[in-house]
Each structure stands twice: as structure tokens, then as C-alpha cells.
Write a protein that binds this ligand. Structure first.
Ligand SMILES: *Cc1c(COP(=O)(O)O)cnc(C)c1O
Length: 443
């Protein structure tokens, strides 16, 4: 029997065939489709604690945690209890509730922001925050970094043009040149390039948006130079030029630290975005900042922003309960589990002779299958030198052993407080075979 026939025999393969008839590529978000690792995506029937269960009954240790949100593991009884109780009182009113105020207050308590507006997705948060920054400053241009992902906002789906500090080009068909003409894309951690962008366009730049630590090209932490962290450098440069510094913490916020913020060296960003963990597995996100800035939003100020389902009671209950349960012990557990896996992955890959770099931002880490000559990944240009065939072989071997890794070499690995010794042991015992598979893959 060929591998193809075998695949067609699984319930996931049958579901995927049906899905492709009615959903483009069979998935509602591209990375789920396994395009970059090959093979058929597993369709998930249910999840509990650290495990996903696919349609064929395989139990998989989940190392993506819904790409971040499931900090407490799947189907946490208290989160499910809160969601069930909320749903019994109605699922959306289109009118204010005290639970929304509690969630906003919980975010304000834990982070440098003074006020937040709740929205439904990280994309909506970054889209809205750009509009707010432009509305406040009366300027059009924005600066972003290559390899930072801020959701599928048109202006942020832009690639670097030729040369530093040139205007960006559309990153996908459907985004117009006019849209990206106001976006400047530079390499992450490249201070000279950021300086040049501000030297050229300083008085036209509304804001610079950056992930607090990059988690969407693999994990690339902000670098230090002469004792000054990259985020501090960015904030200072923005302020010299009258631009706003936006820290996108949709991925890092509440996942890496209880304080909701990461790696900003005591810098208070002008504006911040949150999502993922703060929604507890439901569509909830937020953007916030100083009251004086947030008061530019309608109905107080003139910058329009709205949402039918924003702050909906079910998502709000999930988010509030998750933040309440995200104690220092939760972060300590996830930190320990992440440190253990990093050590074990490094040992297995080294033993098999597979060149690699492992980088972390707190408990968020990723494994870069780069060449022997690379000892650190500071930017997207370097991340792109990965030998992705090695990752694909590693990924499929892990999957065969019951471990669900991100189906892309450019993603972080996510853990939860539910990842106990049994789940971690399964990951660790799967590593030698996966490392051998990576070693055997053609570069
Ligand atoms: C996931 C992510 C987003 C987009 O959030 P969605 O909820 O998927 O729209 C934005 N910024 C960062 C840093 C992210 O990781």
C-alpha cells in the first residue's frame, strides 16, 4: 500500500478531502494545512489538558496550544465552568456588561496600559491601534519589521522593498501598492536601518509596531547593544521623532509573564495590543495605552472603532477566568517545562549531528534548523536560511510518536500548565528518532 493510499484510509484524510470541497485548502487559517511540512493535517475531535485527540483516536501531546491561548491546557474545568455559566445567561447583548469592565480592569492591573478597548482578534487589535496612532499623530506612515506578524492587516502584510528605508511592497495579492506605500519594513534588531527610516521619514511616521519579542519567525528576542535593549532603543527613537511606539503583545502578553508584558526593559509603550491568552481560547483581544491617547477613540474622540461582538460575555468569562488562574505557579511550571524541552531537544539534535539554534523569550522557544555556520538568529533574513526539509522530517517523526509540533519551521513551541511529567516524557522519548529523521533528510 502506498503512503497516499494509507493516508486516504484515515478519518482525518477523509475529513480533509471533504473540507477541501467547501473551504479553500480545507482550512480556515493557512498554517493548519501542513503545506510547509507535507502530508495530511490531523482533524481534531477533542482536547483535554496537554493532549489533542484526532479523528482516528490518536492522543497527541499538544505543543502549539492553539498557537498560544491555552496557557492552562485544554478544557480547564474552571474555564469551562465560567463559560457555561455565562452562556446560560445569554451569549451576546450588544450592550455593556460589568464582566467587560472586570476584564479591562484585569488587563490594566497587570500591564502598563491605563485603558483598553476590547475587540475579537489580534488582527482587529493591531488594525485598530494603527488607525488610532494615525488619528492621534495626523501622520500616515508606519514602521514594521520583516518577520514580525501582526495579523492579516493589509498595511502590515508588506515585505521590504529593495534597500533599507524604502517603502514596502505588498506581501500578498489583494493588498494595494497605495496601502503599503505608507509602510516601511526593516530587518529586526537592525538599529542602523531603523535610524535611517526615521532620518528619511521621521516627520511622517505615525508609529512603529513591533512584537515585544518576535515569535512569528521562530523566536527572536530583542537584542542588547551597549546595555540598551532593542525595545528601549525603539521607544526612544520614536519619541525623538514624535511617533508612537506600539508593542504587539498578542503572542507574548500573559503567556510569557503574569505581568502581561515582555522584554520591554521598563519601557512603557505608548500603545499595546493583547490577544491569545487573554481570550482563554475564545475570540477576545484588546488594545490599550495611556488614557489621554485612548480618549481619542469614539465615542470620546474622533477615531472610529466598533464591534458587534466585542466584549461578548462568553469570551469575556473565558478570558477573565484564565487571567485569574494564571498565577506565578503556572508561569513557573511552564518555564520549567520549556527549559527541560530546550535541553532535551538540543541534546537529541546534537547527538544526531543536526545543526540547530534554539532561542527563547521566556517560556516561548523555537528550534531553528539553520546551517552549522549560524550560531544565533537575530532577524528574518537569517531565519529564512533554515533547512526546512530537516524540520519537516523532524515534525513527521514527532507526529508519528504522538507529539503535535507547529507544522512550520517558523513558529514557536507552546506549553501549558497542564503539561505534566507524562506528557513531557512522551515528547522527550520521541526526540532521538525525530533527530535521526532530521539528520537523514536531504538539505
Ligand atoms: C497571533 C498574532 C496576531 C494576530 O492575532 P489573531 O487573533 O490571529 O488575529 C497579532 N500579533 C501577534 C504578535 C500574533 O502573534
Amino acid at each position: 500500500m502506498t503512503a497516499l493510499q494509507q493516508a486516504a484510509d484515515t478519518a482525518s484524510a477523509a475529513a480533509f478531502a471533504r473540507a477541501q470541497q467547501v473551504i479553500p485548502g480545507g482550512v480556515n487559517s493557512p498554517v493548519r494545512a501542513f503545506r510547509s511540512v507535507g502530508g495530511t493535517p490531523r482533524f481534531i475531535a477533542r482536547a483535554q489538558g496537554p493532549y489533542l485527540y484526532d479523528l482516528d483516536g490518536h492522543e497527541l501531546v499538544d505543543l502549539i496550544c492553539s498557537w498560544g491561548p491555552m496557557l492552562l491546557g485544554h478544557a480547564h474545568p474552571e474555564v469551562i465552568g465560567a463559560v457555561t455559566a455565562a452562556a446560560q445567561h445569554g451569549t451576546s447583548y450588544g450592550a455593556p456588561t460589568t464582566a467587560e469592565v472586570d476584564l479591562a480592569a484585569a488587563i490594566v492591573e497587570r500591564t502598563p496600559v491605563e485603558m483598553v478597548r476590547l475587540v475579537n482578534s489580534g488582527t482587529e487589535a493591531t488594525m485598530s491601534v494603527l488607525r488610532l496612532a494615525r488619528g492621534i499623530t495626523g501622520r500616515d506612515k508606519i514602521v514594521k519589521f520583516a518577520g514580525c506578524y501582526h495579523g492579516h492587516v493589509d498595511a502590515l502584510l508588506a515585505s521590504a522593498g529593495s534597500g533599507v528605508a524604502t517603502l514596502a511592497i505588498p506581501g500578498t495579492p489583494g493588498v494595494t501598492e497605495a496601502t503599503t506605500a505608507d509602510t516601511i519594513v526593516v530587518e529586526y534588531n537592525d538599529r542602523a536601518a531603523v535610524r535611517e527610516a526615521f532620518a528619511t521619514y521621521g516627520d511622517q511616521i505615525a508609529c512603529l509596531i513591533s512584537e515585544a519579542a518576535c515569535g512569528n519567525m521562530g523566536v527572536v528576542p530583542p537584542g542588547e547593544e551597549d546595555g540598551v535593549g532593542f525595545n528601549r532603543f525603539l521607544a526612544d527613537l520614536c519619541h525623538e521623532h514624535g511617533a508612537l511606539f506600539i508593542s504587539d503583545e498578542v503572542m507574548t502578553g500573559f503567556r510569557v509573564t503574569a505581568s502581561g508584558q515582555f522584554g520591554i526593559d521598563g519601557v512603557e509603550p505608548d500603545l499595546m495590543t493583547f490577544g491569545k491568552v487573554m481570550g482563554g481560547g475564545f475570540p477576545a483581544a484588546a488594545f490599550g495605552g495611556r488614557a489621554e491617547l485612548m480618549h481619542s477613540l469614539a465615542p470620546v474622540g474622533g477615531v472610529y472603532q466598533a464591534g458587534t461582538l466585542s466584549g461578548n460575555p462568553v469570551a469575556t468569562a473565558a478570558g477573565l477566568t484564565t487571567l485569574r488562574l494564571a498565577t506565578p505557579e503556572v508561569y513557573a511550571h511552564v518555564d520549567r517545562a520549556a527549559a527541560l524541552l530546550q535541553r532535551e531537544v538540543a541534546a537529541a539534535l546534537s547527538a544526531a549531528g543536526v545543526p540547530h539554534v534554539i532561542q527563547a523569550a521566556g517560556n516561548l522557544f523555537s528550534v531553528f534548523f539553520v546551517g552549522e555556520d549560524v550560531d544565533a538568529v537575530a532577524d528574518y533574513a537569517t531565519a529564512s536560511t533554515q533547512v526546512t526539509t530537516r524540520y519537516a522530517a523532524f515534525f513527521h517523526s514527532m507526529l508519528d510518536s504522538g507529539v503535535y509540533l507547529p507544522p512550520s519551521a517558523y513558529e514557536g513551541w507552546f506549553l501549558s500548565s497542564a503539561h505534566d511529567d507524562a506528557a513531557l516524557d512522551r515528547v522527550v522519548s520521541a526526540l532521538p528518532a525525530a533527530a535521526a529523521a532530521a539528520a537523514g533528510a536531504e538539505a
